[in-house]
Design a protein around this ligand. Sequence first.
Ligand code: UD2
Ligand code: MN
Length: 633
Amino acid sequence: MLLRMRHLYVFFLSLVILWMGLVCIFLSWPNSEGRRIWPRITTGHTLREARAVIPPDITKDDGNDMKTRQRSDEKDVYFLHQPDRPDEVVSVKKGFASVALRGDWPPEPIPNEPDFAVVRSLFNITNAGDGGLGFGIDPQKLPPEEQKKYNNALDVHAMNEYVSNLIGVRRRLRDVRMEGCAERYSSAGLPQTSIIICFVNEAWSTLLRLVHSIHDNTPPHLVKEVILVDDGSSWDFLGRPLDVYMARFPKVRIVRAKSGLGLMVARMYGYKYTTAPTITFLDSHCECLPGWLEPLLMPLVADPRVVTTPSIDAIDQNNYGITAGPEVMVGVVEFPSLTFNWRNPPPRERRRRTSNIEPIRNPAMAGGLFSITREYFDLLGGFDPGMKVWGGENIEMSFKIWMCGGRIETPVCSRVGHVFHKHASYSKIRQGAQEAGEANNARVAEVWMDDYKKYYYDEKKNGQFYKPGDVSERRRLRERIGCKPFSWYIENVYPEVAIPSDGVYSGELRNMATPNMCLDMMTSEEGKQPAMYLCHGQGHAQMFDMTDLGEIVSLGCCLRHRGGNVYVAKCTWSSESHIWEYKDKLISRHNNCLTVNATQHVVMEECSGKKSQQWTWNYHRPRRKNVLRIEEM
Ligand code: UD2
Ligand code: MN
């Protein structure tokens, strides 16, 4: 009896051991993306583990006061990464040291990693990209092996990752703020923020430069934590090597999604780990310039429903030079496509701003870079968990921020660089971004746009992807918060919008001298001339809307007059040559009238009231009261 019991005991024990063995093998088996499940489950534990690898003295963070750094003209207070000398620890002056350079590059080479010794023998890459300037090399001078990497990098990352690697993981950035910015914003009394950065297959050098730029250009006490959300990357160097690297930043935490969640869900996943009263989102290929954060946080103190976005400077995808835009722009959403765009500030906004460092108000935001209070983010229900991969979430956020009592402001003193790629680096493992974007937009239309959603569906009538899925939860959310109707948003936030078939005057433009002929925009190519064409009743290039600003729009382009000529032009909201008057059938500007000439083209002639100057539209609605026209400024 006792013997049988012992047999049974041994039998069950071996079963348990066998089972545990199988689990271990399963966990360490590479998955379809070539990464093991086990080491990928990395939050605090692995970080602690990883930190042990780094000698304690180089994880020390004794604070880098931004102001002091800017005033200093001693070069060696900065320490630049020298990718070709990874073992060098540059001496740093007291008060600035926080990061050492040992192990800046992953222990294993990353794909396409330049052979620094070879490149160095050919080019001077010391301080490449210093100050935020562009840096380039002539790839023809590289040996064939390196040339291959150079080209391959362009292909894989949709940017010149080879050059990015030469610049390294850390560089100094010039203070490009406008005069008055430094005095206007200080870090005193500001709340802390948690920074969330989602990434999927981001290049090593761009991701690390971002984290370094945050570290270098932000008063440390403002940052509670930086949450890096790995949204299912398939590249090995973004696994443990990244953990090991980031261990030097005590405030950085890496959390990993077990499978690709898509940007919106990944952001909400990262959000769970945040603890600060404000949240700041960034794309994974940004660089934060000196003084970037204070202006984003300060407006949140006065009004917790304000959402701030920085001025986004373009980081050149070929040479990584950071250039400030030519002037302040506002973010808008184009109708009916619901795509995001930049425009000149409308006259209303130009009049409201009293100086060029005054924050600017945007009807919409680009989406990737913004700060928001936890309070308002929670009230708005964060990002829509029904949205997938990419796109649309910025439009949803924009609409609800305004409609639920807040506003979107760009404190123009805040500057953050962003690499605008040709296409996404993750497109190979995260397909369907375009389809997802359309479905996401459809969710926005269904939940937030009331009757105006018909314009989106009109535009997408041939689209296969406008399947919004179940939006009942999001509708309930809107009801619960008690947000304003979409018509309020149009009237008050975005009255300058051009919505096809919803202009002050709208429809076909017929001329009294040429019955059966309609004005036809012909093309959306700038500089081309519109002409009269047989009316076809199909809308499209024969559909014209006069906006409340006085533009005449078709195919998303404006009619522009100059001298005697009339052209197709990009709408800008700022050019007088796009503005028209419609009165007593005459379409005019400064006593010159839109006239059909003998060759059936439209030209500008002095107004006489003759038949070829008389036009009719199909529809008319009252003007929106909140629009300020250029001539009224
Ligand atoms: C813009 C925004 C971006 C987002 C997007 C619309 C800026 C500068 N960028 O496009 O933040 O609002 O419009 O959705 O305003 N990512 C994931 N998981 C995914 C897909 C992307 O984590 O499934 C990451 C990606 O690595 C990147 C970020 O999300 O860091 C934004 O993606 P993007 O850079 O391709 O978007 P972008 O700049 O074209
Ligand atoms: Mn981006």
